[in-house]
Design a protein around this ligand. Sequence first.
Ligand SMILES: Nc1ncnc2c1ncn2[C@@H]1O[C@H](COP(=O)(O)OP(=O)(O)OP(=O)(O)O)[C@@H](O)[C@H]1O
Ligand SMILES: [Mg+2]
Length: 249
Amino acid sequence: MNNKILELQHIKREFVMGTEIVRALKGVTFDVHAGEFITIMGSSGSGKTTLLNILGCLDKPTDGEYLLDNVNVSGLSRNELARLRNHKIGFVFQAYNLLPRTSALENVELPLFYNPELTAKQRKDKALGALESVKLADRGDHTPSQLSGGQQQRVAIARALVNQPVMILADEATGNLDTRTSYEIMALMQDLNQLEGKTIVFVTHEPDIAAFSSRTVMLRDGKVVKDSKNENVRSAKEALEALPPADDY
Ligand SMILES: Nc1ncnc2c1ncn2[C@@H]1O[C@H](COP(=O)(O)OP(=O)(O)OP(=O)(O)O)[C@@H](O)[C@H]1O
Ligand SMILES: [Mg+2]
């Protein structure tokens, strides 16, 4: 059986800017197996977000082949892509992207409105379940401004999980968070990966965040320059315990 969930072959993405062509991805090739937890690293402008947007079917490559769960996405219509994305992929962004005047529970419910078969009660129950899994069931009534940054990110993760996707794509999801809160998010990611078998592709600038994943793909200037297994995956729970108590800083 082929358990490759992502297959990228010679992926290129070019943006036309007036008379200039920006070559953001210059032939990226790698596979991700189901159940892997990989980080994508690289300096600013190296193509990480461009790549993640293609992986998440938010954007299409200019050239090359992309198979998502053995389906060649280049042949799919816009509607088919949206369906695939909604069923298989949960997104988490650096800026949380929650609706401001909307409760945590309703924010988590949003992706479920694309499924006409669900009743209002079923939507609510699913959203509550997802909030429980990020330990925020008691904050369902709070709007984003009534939550800390880490809690907002956990709501965003609950929203990403509510459709039970097989894969989570995260773009600098700890970029706005302090060390402790970042480690809490990484502990949640490790649980989702290890206990629930979710495949995770996590973009980050920070080597100490990459240490929590089992493989790192390094981009430079639109190309993969390194793709290495991490033999000593760090436990985010242990890293949390090793931090000084919160009051000390
Ligand atoms: N829509 C676009 N139109 C034109 N150029 C773009 C577009 N999106 C990205 N680029 C260019 O492609 C290159 C890669 O951008 P990308 O956003 O993927 O980088 P990144 O690795 O995510 O950087 P950062 O770490 O700063 O988020 C950059 O040179 C950028 O200017
Ligand atoms: Mg980026």
